[in-house]
Design a protein around this ligand. Structure first.
Ligand code: SF4
Ligand code: SF4
Ligand code: SF4
Length: 206
């Protein structure tokens, strides 16, 4: 399929995915999974958070048979939300770095806390926590399309922020053009002085 058509299909598929960004499908984001499905590289049944409902919607969109959820990706279960035991938190920030929707707030060496409205229940914050002080608790709500849209926006905003900081880091590492030119000129001048000293010595020696 031409690239442009894959992108259009991926947009439509992505719109049906729950946007928890949990990676249970084996892809790094809902968008990446949508692109793989659009390209024919992944089946439609690898999203446990979306469950049978999402599989049915994808089957309808793509005019293909519905499949049972692939349980190697996990099982469909009610929404859970992360909660940090603040008394045990050591403020290492590792959970914040892992959270795809910026649902965790805190600062280095200070306790962290979860903004429950932003939490998608993806569980990506659990493995990095060195003191195992994050628990997943049943949510008081079900995941809605409004939640999915909010999670998509938070995820995109986070990616944009990370891309900007990485560009800034690279710019800070690479010296600006003017600095490079000054350094080059200093090296050229030193070489010229060395050459003229050598030339003067060889004239004196004759
Ligand atoms: S919700 Fe999780 S499993 Fe479903 S597509 Fe998004 S990242 Fe993949
Ligand atoms: S707080 Fe944890 S479970 Fe909730 S979205 Fe962030 S990483 Fe996922
Ligand atoms: S990973 Fe655990 S200990 Fe570290 S800041 Fe998060 S909750 Fe606290």
């Amino acid at each position: 399929m031409p690239r442009a058509l894959i992108t259009v299909a991926a947009d439509a598929i992505d719109a049906l995915l729950p946007q928890t960004q949990c990676r249970r499908c084996g892809y790094e984001s809902c968008r990446a999974y949508a692109e793989a499905v659009a390209a024919g590289d992944a089946p439609i049944n690898r999203c446990p958070p979306g469950g049978d409902e999402t599989v049915a919607a994808l089957a309808d969109l793509l005019d293909t048979p519905a499949l049972a959820i692939d349980e190697s990706c996990g099982v469909t279960s009610p929404l859970v939300i992360a909660r940090i035991d603040e008394a045990s938190c050591i403020g290492c920030t590792l959970c914040m770095q892992a959270c795809p929707t910026d649902a965790i707030v805190g600062a280095a060496k200070l306790m962290h806390t979860v903004i429950s409205d932003r939490c998608t229940g993806c569980e990506l914050c659990l493995p990095p926590c060195p003191v195992d002080c994050i628990a997943m608790l049943p949510a008081a709500r079900v995941w809605s399309t409004a939640d999915a849209e909010r999670a998509r926006q938070h995820f995109m905003a986070r990616n944009a922020r990370l891309a900007t900081s990485s560009r800034k880091r690279e710019q800070n590492l690479a010296p600006p053009d003017a600095t490079r030119q000054r350094r080059r000129a200093a090296v050229d001048a030193a070489l010229a002085r060395a050459r003229s000293r050598r030339a003067a010595r060889s004239v004196a020696g004759t």
